[in-house]
Design a protein around this ligand. Structure first.
Ligand SMILES: Cc1cc2nc3c(=O)[nH]c(=O)nc-3n(C[C@H](O)[C@H](O)[C@H](O)COP(=O)(O)OP(=O)(O)OC[C@H]3O[C@@H](n4cnc5c(N)ncnc54)[C@H](O)[C@@H]3O)c2cc1C
Length: 439
């Protein structure tokens, strides 16, 4: 039976059939020979990479068992449906952390591989895919392929960042990072403009494992790109008694009116957030969830954007183009009166991603959240695409619901080579859209 389905951005809405995968040893579910399949983790992608309109999604959240853990060397093998939150609760007390984490802990290992996610330490360690030893891929013909840099290396490269199109990852083996305890020593510095951001980023890259900035997307003139620069290192502070406190404290119970997030409320929030700390620099140790996952404290915060949802726009532009391209993007948002509620800026490092279709590459990445106001928002994002294309950058599929085929093919020139590895029975709403296939 088909159900209406939304991803995290709540746009677009699709109708698809859900099949719950329970065991990694299950054979491939042949529901209907003419149907297409797509794996699904926790649907924390914003757009349609995790949606398959009129097809079947293979929901993996119940396939979530641990297989082995080499505690001495920090190597874990687990089902692809294991949720990052649960994994951290298991490994942090044992002195280990994931090598790379996104800004939410409600994602699965399979989803982290398929989008080759990046974190605040990209400048040091690259993407999540750089730390995957191996995984098993279940194809629709029933075959099971072991993939690593040595075994089926082509399929490994196509599957890391492969948007779920090459088959179902059933389990994966990951190399973890050693930590002393669950705390992060953090420093938050208020900065005045984009040039200051680039200075701070450069100065922090060597001594700080994690760096990222929140920016005030509506600040103009000399203050363009002002914000708060956050940097952190795993602390020597030990003690795991506070771990039990890591949970959602509040849930948004209904869709907010779409007028809640308007130009004035966003400006008010940005101003207040920019001034949230009295001194220019604040140091403090924080539990890892406060530093990495501040939004997870509020369940279903995406409902604040109202029924029409939100469009997130994340791009990366090469360093040479960085300052100008980012200034142009921010200026466009200001001139169109469309501020972003949460705007994040980060410099990516040189380490190459192992995936054929991975998004991260050396340069500067900017993520912006816009309430979906229909035509107005789509037209702004088309304009931003032009800036990114001109700068030789790319837009992140995990956050996208609207980029066109030409843009995708320019951002990802390997798409043709990648397409050879797609499982013949797998597809997604995203892929059909960027390949200009109907449905
Ligand atoms: C608040 C928030 C913060 C975020 N911060 C970041 C960030 O800092 N960095 C970043 O890179 N991303 C970030 N994201 C995006 C998120 O990390 C990715 O979209 C992630 O892939 C979602 O994982 P998921 O398990 O929910 O996968 P889904 O969204 O359900 O699926 C994502 C893709 O993975 C595929 N997939 C899922 N499971 C499997 C499997 N077992 N086998 C094969 N393919 C599979 C799906 O087909 C789909 O193409 C953020 C998202 C949110 C909501």
């Amino acid at each position: 039976m088909k159900e209406d389905y939304l991803s995290w951005g709540r746009y677009p809405k699709v109708s698809q059939e859900i099949y719950n995968v329970l065991w990694r040893s299950e054979s491939f579910p042949k529901i209907n020979a003419s149907t297409s399949y797509l794996p699904y983790g926790m649907g924390r992608s914003y757009g349609d990479v995790c949606l398959n309109n009129e097809g079947v999604i293979l929901r993996t959240a119940s396939m979530a068992r641990y297989i082995s853990f080499d505690e001495r060397n920090g190597i874990i093998r687990c089902d692809a449906g294991v949720c990052l939150h649960d994994l951290l609760q298991f490994i942090v007390p044992k002195g280990w952390f994931v090598p790379v984490t996104p800004g939410t802990r409600y994602v699965t290992i399979g989803g982290m591989i398929a989008n080759d996610i990046h974190g605040k330490n990209h400048h040091r360690v690259g993407t999540f895919g750089c730390h995957v030893n191996s995984f098993e891929l279940l194809r629709s013909d029933g075959s099971r392929l072991s993939c690593s840099q040595k075994e089926n290396p082509d399929l490994f490269a196509a599957t890391v960042g492969g948007l779920g199109l090459t088959g179902l990852i059933t389990w994966a083996e990951i190399r973890l990072s050693k930590i002393a305890g669950p705390y992060i020593d953090t420093e938050t510095i208020r900065f005045d403009n984009l040039a200051d951001f680039f200075e701070l980023s450069k100065e922090s890259d060597k001594a700080w494992e994690y760096t990222v900035a929140w920016i005030d997307s509506l600040a103009k003139g000399k203050s363009l790109g002002r914000g708060l620069f956050m940097r952190g290192n795993h602390s020597d502070k030990t003690g795991t008694e506070k771990l039990a406190e890591i949970k959602q404290k509040l849930t948004i119970p209904f869709d907010a009116p779409s007028s809640l997030l308007n130009k004035y409320s966003i400006k008010l929030f940005n101003n207040a957030y920019y001034r949230k700390q009295f001194s220019r620099t604040v140091h403090k140790p924080q539990l890892y969830d406060k530093f990495f996952y501040p939004l997870d404290g509020i369940g279903q915060w995406n409902r604040l954007y109202g029924k029409k949802g939100l469009l997130q726009y994340q791009c990366v532009v090469p360093a040479e183009a960085g300052n100008n391209a980012i200034s142009d993007i921010l200026s466009q948002c200001i001139s169109k009166g469309q501020g972003s509620f949460l705007s994040v800026l980060k410099v990516f490092g040189k380490k190459k991603s192992p995936g054929l279709l991975s998004f991260p590459r050396e340069g500067v990445t900017l993520a912006l959240d816009f309430p979906n106001r229909g035509k107005e928002t789509f037209s702004l994002l088309d304009t931003l695409d032009k800036i990114v294309l001109k700068a030789g950058g790319a837009v992140y599929p995990a956050k996208d619901a609207r980029m066109d085929s030409t843009s995708f093919k320019t951002y990802y020139p390997n798409w043709n080579e990648f397409a050879e590895y797609i499982d013949p029975q797998f597809s997604s709403s995203f892929w059909r859209r960027v390949m200009e296939q109907t449905g």
